[in-house]
Write a protein of this length. Sequence first.
Length: 226
Amino acid sequence: MAKLSTEIMRDTFKMIVLYEINYLLLACITIFCYALGSISFGILIARFMNLGNLRSFGSGNIGATNVLRTGNKIAAAITLILDSGKGYLAIHLTTLLFDQAYLPLSGLAVFLGHIFPIYYKFKGGKGVATFLGIILAINAIIGLMTCITWVAIALLSRKSSLAALGCSIATPFFLYGNDINEPIILTLILALLIWWAHKDNIKRLISKTEPSINLKQAPQNDQKNI
């Protein structure tokens, strides 16, 4: 009995702590997901559709919200889909081709790639769309709940940043409430990173100077401080 208990404890330790991970494979997955995350679709779409340099107007950010400030809703929608798509793809490929043990690092890598893209001097977006794609790939129902939370907060507040902060911090609770515990740590880390990326927005929310969502606005070329 004592021997059996020891074996169970040893196997549990290997599963939880070591998980028999192939570290070379882990490195390859991490590099691939980071490289995928580093593709800044906002910049590429803005160039392709002749919308100008995203860094030169609005918030200077490369995400869908700033693309919307160009006045081109189609470009903003495409950016949102592709930025979330790379998060979804990273998780989906990892779970499809490899073990679940590699999922946290692949999710974190693709997210960090979006925020700190190697192709653009490590100056990227704030990760919200990529976060949504990651959650949708982990669990479609929880992902849908997260998206609905974003939409609800955005409609009520007219603040994209507040919607991002709210849905990101709500996601770990959605997982916990549905007994989906394995991704909770990953989502907590991603939520903290989203809050960190929105630190300037938080200051403006507190001072009530944060701009509202305006679907009818014209391109803003002189508002780099927003």
